[in-house]
Design a protein around this ligand. Sequence first.
Ligand SMILES: C[S@@+](CC[C@H](N)C(=O)[O-])C[C@H]1O[C@@H](n2cnc3c(N)ncnc32)[C@H](O)[C@@H]1O
Length: 234
Amino acid sequence: MSAYDAIARLYDPWSVSVTEDVSFYVEEAKRAGGTVVELGVGTGRIAVPTVAAGVRMIGVDSSPEMLAVCRERAELAGVAELLDLRLGELEAPPVSERVALVTCPFRSYLHLLDDQARLRALRAARDLLVPGGRLVFDVFAPSAEDIADTHARWLEREHGIFERADWDSRERTLTLSVRGESGSTTFVLAWLSNDEWRALLERAGFQVLGCYGWFDRRPYAGGEDTVWVARRPT
Ligand SMILES: C[S@@+](CC[C@H](N)C(=O)[O-])C[C@H]1O[C@@H](n2cnc3c(N)ncnc32)[C@H](O)[C@@H]1O
């Protein structure tokens, strides 16, 4: 049972204002020149526009309900035959194909709560790549101001959709709750420093090509968001 099952119908209205990453991932996918694997594909917020741009994709997610919404969206867009959806885990994606690009957009790796899980997931992503292939993902680490402004408060994120963040700065975890008319859930996310992400990527056998501060590829210069590009060495 995934915590996302209960909000599969709420997810798209909840994330409606998150648009800044879509063209970045679509461009990466077009540039890869072949099938792309998206880990934590969700409702296809990024996968559906990507296949609509003509790229064949395999999408993996542990929530059957999120995958059902994704399938519906792809069918509505008339691109379902390009999108192969599979139920599975970040740590053991059910993918035997080898591809030039694996993505894990919108902070999905923060669902992994310890280094063992993160390393398993990063090594699994590396194993999906052909030599020279790339893993692209984004994560965040909150600022002290963000924590102080939002801690333990129900805030209306979108009309009728409320979000509550309970931060634990010592454990570096965020317990995130969301509720709206079509569902509610709570899950835990865990964040790391940039140095820790870089070290994990290297331990998992990647060469880090870039760490951007935003989806326009500006170099990271402090801030909450990071976009990572790492390569499986040849
Ligand atoms: C924040 S959403 C991102 C969805 C989509 N990539 C997007 O950009 O909108 C995180 C997704 O990761 C999935 N997920 C969380 N933990 C997972 C795990 N251990 N294995 C596979 N999928 C997982 C959730 O079901 C959810 O669909």
